[in-house]
Design a protein around this ligand. Sequence first.
Ligand SMILES: Nc1ncnc2c1ncn2[C@@H]1O[C@H](COP(=O)(O)OP(=O)(O)O)[C@@H](O)[C@H]1O
Ligand SMILES: [Mg+2]
Length: 319
Amino acid sequence: MNQEPLVRVEGLKKYFTLHRGKVLKAVDDVSFSIRKGETLGLVGESGCGKTTVGRTLLKLYQPDSGRIFFHGEDITKVSGSRKKELCCKMQMIYQDPYASLNPFMTVGEIISEGLDIHRIGSSRAERSEIMYGLLEKVGLHREHANRFPHEFSGGQRQRVGIARSLAVNPEFVVCDEAISALDVSVQAQIINLLMDFRDQMGLTYLFIAHDLSVVRCISQRVAVMYMGKIVETGSVEEIYSHPAHPYTRGLMEAVPVADPEYEKKKVYTPMQGEVPSPVNPPPGCRFADRCPLACGECRQKEPALRQVGTDHLAACCRL
Ligand SMILES: Nc1ncnc2c1ncn2[C@@H]1O[C@H](COP(=O)(O)OP(=O)(O)O)[C@@H](O)[C@H]1O
Ligand SMILES: [Mg+2]
């Protein structure tokens, strides 16, 4: 059965023009698809373009080229009332809920805002009931509705952020580093909450993180980004058991494993250097300057994604 994925992206490019006409290629020809109910983990170091992918998908940025499909409909250029309808269907959960929650609004007002804008519920009383129900669903209490964001802990604020995003009944949610700023114990609670919602509401996630270990427990599929490009993608089983791209392997080596024997044997080779600027990227493979396997060809020819296993693609000419 060849079912249309919920979200499909083809050749997405988003460039930012900086001063003196310099062009920053934040997202440079990215393609992927996400099936309904599935979670795609999007991983890579800071600055590789993950947030820009998420924001472009949600129509907060207009792409420079490429196409975005939702339920098979080309939504790349939608505007007006259709765009507003899509805002309900596609939501975002942010890394720093403190920055994204209005400090002058009560939690009840914050959660109700989307219900009011999109006229969900037939009366004010019904909207209030939906809001209280959401508070309870995310593990808070009715009494919390009258409090302000600063009165909550980081984990509780993220619960408010989740309730706000889910209030409008989305189908697709971009979780942009949604747990990265939280304590490890709280991270697990929020991941469990997100997984419960996925199962109960049939949600589909793009789960963005810089940490490979976090993505593993929530995703079915993973895409690894480097300087605006996807360098490796595949099922979680494939990527974690046979990482192919030297960049993915470098990221994996950096993740500590809770097994002292494994850690003792691990030959820790931290990646050299830093992510170069995506302004005027070098010709050839963008990872070449940091890659232990790089050869002359790597600096001339840009590698394309190609099959390296079942449901597993990587872009490296040394494989
Ligand atoms: N609005 C913007 N204007 C100019 N440059 C931007 C803008 N947003 C992001 N960038 C740049 O695009 C690149 C990718 O950024 P981003 O998508 O935020 O990466 P990530 O989320 O992976 O850390 C970075 O070099 C960043 O500085
Ligand atoms: Mg980001």
